[in-house]
Unconditional design. Structure first.
Length: 202
């Protein structure tokens, strides 16, 4: 993977966001930043939300099979501060940030004033609505850099910016993989559940 880190720039502080639909390579790009930080021997800390109920546990895993261990963070700001104090990282990498609460996101954003923070996540849910606190961070103009990734639309191959839910139900959080979601372009995407859906259990 090291040859894929050639164009990865790592400022000493600030917030870099990696956003895009599911299956666009957000975690892969996040891990490339991590590998580059390790290559130049920065002290790193890798995090993801405890509320991510995927089977991947204490790892950040990519859809192309890469995996790294990480700390799980809850909604407890004091614990996060303790972890930062103990590890004293120069660069922090956070995946799946759509599942973090606004107060944890605000704390991580504050940490980026003195350290490098790279975050990856979904900014919009399957309906195209704000997902978590990431849109607020973007609107606040705090990020140093925003890397917008696109996937290939699963229907027509055009650039896809949206995540299509393939199963019934309209709860915002419904963990799943390729059996439940796919990337879609503007033309092919629909914010509505699939035809025949009966589960409107908000
Ligand atoms: Zn399409």
């Amino acid at each position: 993977m090291s040859d894929q880190t050639r164009n990865i720039c790592l400022p000493t502080k600030g917030l870099i966001l990696i956003i895009g639909p599911m299956f666009c390579g957000k975690s892969t790009l996040l891990l490339r930043h991590l590998v580059q930080a390790e290559k130049i021997e920065l002290r790193t800390l890798t995090l993801k939300p405890k509320t991510d109920t995927s089977v991947r546990g204490t790892h950040i895993s990519t859809h192309d099979g890469q995996s790294r261990t990480c700390h799980l963070i809850s909604d407890d700001v004091i614990s996060l501060e303790g972890l930062i104090f103990h590890e004293n990282p120069q660069a922090i990498f956070v995946d799946e940030v759509q599942f973090l609460s606004p107060k944890i996101m605000a704390k991580i954003s504050e940490i980026s004033l003195t350290r490098l923070v790279v975050m990856a996540g979904l900014a919009e849910d399957f309906r195209g609505k704000d997902f978590g606190a990431l849109p607020e961070i973007i609107r606040g103009g705090k990020p140093l850099k925003i890397l917008h990734l696109t996937a290939a639309c699963a229907r027509c191959g055009s650039p896809a910016l949206h995540t299509q839910r393939l199963t019934q139900g309209k709860n915002q959080i419904s963990p799943g993989g390729a059996e439940q979601y796919e990337p879609r372009c503007d033309e092919c995407w629909s914010p509505q559940p699939p035809e025949g859906s009966v589960s409107w259990n908000v």
